[in-house]
Design a protein around this ligand. Structure first.
Ligand SMILES: [Zn+2]
Ligand SMILES: [Zn+2]
Length: 445
């Protein structure tokens, strides 16, 4: 007799009963996988149509907030949903309950349209563990190919600038991915600067020749490149220390800081005007010296009121808020937002401060999102149209028995699922990953 362990002696009846239970689990799992395919379809469409763009950092952040998925699982759902957009065979196998979501997740890490059929065969034949191992081996081959590819890409970097017959200049080139990203970011920043110049409240200062709305994207890019060239030459082609690269100095009329509707100037150091909301945001948490300008533009007075949040309050603030307080965000690093702006007399006290990340600080100052603190100390966010944006969305409503509904839907679609639908074709033989990849991977020899 064993002590501390309860031995259950199986009877023929209990074996049958457990088999039925196991079959039921397997069948329901197939139904859930099929339903997951539909869920991923919806996520892909929601993501592509930017449904999360109303205040969320990404589709995954929205998903985590709205559905309650853990952040990592939310990111995976979005990644897999996007990948399935180009992998119809794998998508169909999940929709038919033939492939589990776990296998599909692993396969989509390496799947390309070219290798999709081979990987689907791996998913059908192997257990979830086999699939994981094959995907790891597949990635090694991919990585080696990637290293070769990256070296080739770097060697093939080039920029051709040559005059055309009519005197215009043509540009053609190829950049590595990270240099390309740098260029795209710089062009975007330059386009934004041009856009804001044209939107300057004082129409006399800005060239009103080509309004942004009527220029094509290609034309705007050309203007942006010109601005980049001018800026680089003006500043002596100095990339600067990492911390200084993206620093911006704003000169702002004190009245503008206090009241958005006061006509006045907010000007970035290089002369571009910025919206009053932007200067309020930049001043909200800044070691800032306010320079008052007279009507002739000279600095009249340097205001002694600097609004740095004292270190003790900042520590307490970050300890209390633990990152961005915007619903669904929670990013660790953020800025101290004055709920009632200091320029309007708001105090730099814990109750008047809330941590917001850069993205959401912008949402509050420049995109119309509203934030106040209720008498009970809770923060309340509202959308630009005034509707509340709760920290936790209202509970999801499931009407009726979800399993019955799921079965009925799948039956109606002619999808016949049973306890064997997801069973792998594996018969117990040893898995030779190296051999499998040699046979399957298009780049392995
Ligand atoms: Zn702020
Ligand atoms: Zn945030």
């Amino acid at each position: 007799m064993e002590i501390g362990t309860l031995r259950i002696v199986p009877t023929p009846e209990s074996i049958q009963e457990l088999d039925r239970l196991g079959d039921e689990i397997a069948e329901l799992a197939a139904h859930l996988d099929a339903a997951t395919a539909r869920l991923l379809d919806l996520i892909r469409e929601f993501d592509a149509r930017g449904g999360w763009g109303n205040g969320f950092r990404s589709c995954a952040h929205w998903l985590s907030w709205r559905v309650g998925l853990a952040p990592g699982a939310a990111r995976e759902h979005v990644r897999v949903a996007r990948a399935l957009g180009t992998l119809p065979l794998l998508a169909r196998a999940l929709a038919r309950g033939e492939l589990s979501y776990a296998k599909l997740r692993a396969l989509t890490r390496v799947a390309t349209p070219e290798a999709e059929a081979q990987l689907l065969a791996v998913g059908r034949a192997g257990t979830a563990e086999h699939v994981e191992r094959i995907v790891r081996g597949w990635r090694r081959v991919d990585r080696q190919a990637e290293v070769r590819e990256a070296a080739l890409q770097h060697a093939s970097r080039a920029l051709h600038v040559y005059p055309d017959s009519d005197g215009t200049v043509r540009i053609k080139g190829r950049l590595t991915a990270e240099v390309g990203a740098l260029l795209v970011q710089a062009l975007a920043a330059a386009r934004e600067a041009l856009y804001q110049q044209r939107r300057a409240p004082d129409a006399a200062t800005g060239p009103a020749d080509v309004p942004e709305e009527t220029s094509t994207m290609e034309q705007q890019q050309a203007d942006a490149l010109a601005l980049l060239a001018e800026t680089a030459l003006h500043h002596g082609i100095d990339p600067g220390a990492p911390g200084e690269r993206y620093q911006v100095v704003v000169h702002v009329d004190a009245e503008v800081l206090a009241d958005l509707d006061t006509p006045g100037q907010s000007v970035i150091e290089d002369g571009a005007s910025v919206p009053a909301g932007t200067s309020q945001r930049l001043a909200c948490d800044a070691s800032l010296v306010v320079m008052r300008h007279g009507r002739d533009g000279r600095v009249v007075e340097v205001d002694a009121r600097t609004r740095t949040i004292p270190p003790a309050i900042r520590r307490a603030l970050h300890h209390r808020d633990r990152g961005c307080r915007f619903p669904g965000c929670g990013l660790r690093f953020g800025q101290g937002h004055h709920i009632h702006h200091w320029a309007q007399g708001g105090p730099t006290t814990l109750s008047n401060l809330a941590v917001l990340c850069r993205r959401h600080h912008r949402a509050v100052h420049e995109e119309g999102y509203q934030l106040d603190r209720q008498p009970n100390g809770e923060l309340r966010f509202r959308r630009p149209d005034g509707r509340p944006l709760p920290e936790v969305p209202p509970p999801r409503q499931v009407r009726g028995d979800p399993v019955k509904i799921l079965r009925a839907q799948h039956d109606a679609e002619g999808l016949v699922l049973n306890a064997r639908t997801t069973t792998p074709g594996w018969l117990g033989e040893r898995l030779d990953v190296g051999w499998a990849i040699d046979v399957l991977h298009p780049l392995a020899r």
